[in-house]
Design a protein around this ligand. Structure first.
Ligand SMILES: Cc1cc2nc3c(=O)[nH]c(=O)nc-3n(C[C@H](O)[C@H](O)[C@H](O)COP(=O)(O)OP(=O)(O)OC[C@H]3O[C@@H](n4cnc5c(N)ncnc54)[C@H](O)[C@@H]3O)c2cc1C
Length: 448
């Protein structure tokens, strides 16, 4: 009898799924955004999917896996972009979807089970007059723990920064990957950093306590610009104006918005766009500032999205790339951090060096207390060499690049805490069974 079958007989068919099509589907994320990862990761899958119904069942599954030295990859909504949940060495895909309870909601903070989706959380929080401080554009599907262990920031990051910024993630409960799994309560910036954007390598998150924001009735605004520079200048002005409350300023170079298929009735398609979510009391000020910078506001944009049951956030962050890929399946993207003072010149230079191959997309966020243009330019892909040449060119001209074309944590450019993560992995996962192969810093154990 195979171990997977033994696992199923121990925990039941509802908890351990072995059907091949199901297991394959649950072993994938959005790695195919990258033509490089697509070639490298197509075909990898786990041997089974485990869906524990509670913490005790989770502990028993981890214990089984450790006793038999079976690798295990925790999974949330499976919306990661870097093949984070793809098992490189088979084993168990741990689906956390049923670990989704609300433990506590206070004024300004709440504790929730790992697998709760951010979409469900948003609905629940409405009842307490609160909302998430920030969330990825995939929030309807992505889970709280998946965001913490795989994401960075999103809508709201212009006010609250990213997952690493103090005061956003307040506490995590971690289950260790040991024969007798332990529960660890983790607090404080350095300790928490061992589990933020760690690809699940150093422990399984079971609960997370996060800070919450008071609920705001955000208004959606969309403007078109003939001139790219005008779009940038206006977006920067609004991003940096502290008195204007907003949670999203997303800027797309033409013709990216031409791929926003549901918005085609209201968009020209050949213009640069600025999408803003702002507090109602600041809408008029934004409107007037936009007009003085050459904006053509899309009248009734909020009513249009409401009538079509669209979410404006679906046209921001990495959803911009997703719309583009629907029209141009060969395109891809990079993650670039342009210098806040010289970004315009750097962008011009990049576009000049690779004409027609780079289309700018900027999300204004707060980083280290400063408002900066975080960018996910869309790239017209031809070869891996050319893609890497574009990233190298960025680095040479002072643009920092987070490489989204690698499944290795330390090569993705968000690895400031990699040593801390590896230290926690050694302590919590002595047989190196959690998501093996996702860092070269630690060898894949022979038993794996
Ligand atoms: C269209 C699109 C738009 C996106 N926009 C954004 C964005 O705005 N901001 C952003 O940051 N990201 C974005 N992403 C990336 C991704 O959607 C987010 O990071 C998302 O929050 C990941 O959550 P998930 O539940 O889908 O995680 P998964 O993809 O399921 O997992 C992500 C990582 O977390 C680990 N993990 C999952 N659960 C646990 C657990 N309980 N314990 C330990 N480790 C765990 C997994 O092993 C994996 O390594 C986008 C992706 C796409 C495709």
């Amino acid at each position: 009898m195979t171990r997977a079958l033994e696992l199923q007989q121990t925990f039941g068919e509802d908890v351990i799924r072995l059907d091949e099509a199901y297991v394959k589907k649950r072993s994938r994320d959005y790695y195919w955004y990258s033509p490089v990862l697509k070639k490298q990761l197509d075909g990898y899958a786990g041997d089974c999917v485990a869906i524990p119904r509670d913490e005790e069942e989770l502990a028993a599954i981890l214990s089984f896996a450790v006793r038999h030295r079976i690798p295990l990859v925790p999974k949330g909504g499976g919306t990661g972009n870097y093949g984070q949940i793809i098992p490189l060495h088979g084993g168990i895909v741990l689906d956390t979807m049923k670990l989704n309870t609300v433990k506590r909601i206070d004024d300004g903070a709440g504790t929730f089970g790992a697998g709760i989706t951010l979409g469900k959380l948003t609905r629940i929080l409405k009842g307490s007059g609160q909302e998430l401080r920030f969330f990825p554009s995939t929030y309807m599907k992505s889970t709280l723990a998946g965001f913490i262990a795989g994401g960075t920031g999103g809508i709201g990051s212009i006010e609250y920064g990213t997952l690493w910024d103090e005061g956003n993630v307040l506490e995590l409960t971690i289950m260790t990957m040991e024969e007798k799994p332990k529960r660890l309560d983790v607090r404080g910036k350095e300790e928490l950093a061992k589990y933020i954007h760690n690809y699940g390598l150093s422990g399984v998150i079971i609960d997370a306590t996060i800070a919450l924001a008071p609920k705001t009735d955000w208004q959606d605004l969309l403007a078109e610009f003939d001139d790219w520079r005008d779009a940038l200048v206006f977006s920067e002005q609004m991003a940096k104006k502290e008195t204007v409350r907003k949670r999203l300023i997303s800027v797309c170079e033409a013709p990216l918005s031409a791929s926003f298929q549901p918005l085609r009735p209201v968009l020209s398609g050949d213009k640069h766009t600025v999408l803003i979510q702002a507090a109602p009391s600041h809408v008029e000020e934004i409107h007037q500032s936009g007009l003085s910078c050459g904006a053509r506001w899309i009248d009734g944009f909020q009513a249009f999205t409401a009538s079509k049951r669209l979410r404006a956030t679906d046209f921001s962050w990495n959803h911009v790339t997703l719309w583009r890929l629907k029209d141009h399946p060969d395109d891809t993207y990079i993650q670039a951090r342009f210098h806040p003072d010289t970004y315009e010149v750097q962008m011009q230079e990049l576009s000049r060096s690779f004409p027609g191959e780079v289309l700018m997309h900027v999300e204004w966020i707060k980083s280290g207390g400063h408002i900066v243009p975080s960018s996910q330019p869309v790239i017209r892909y031809t070869t891996d060499e050319r893609l890497f040449a574009i990233m190298d060119h960025c680095r040479r001209t002072g643009v920092r690049v987070s490489n989204p074309h690698t499944f290795l944590l330390e090569e993705g450019g968000k690895d400031d805490w990699i040593d801390h993560i590896c230290q926690a992995k050694r302590e919590n996962d002595p047989y190196s069974l959690l998501n093996p192969g996702k860092t070269k810093r630690m060898e894949v154990a022979e038993h794996v």
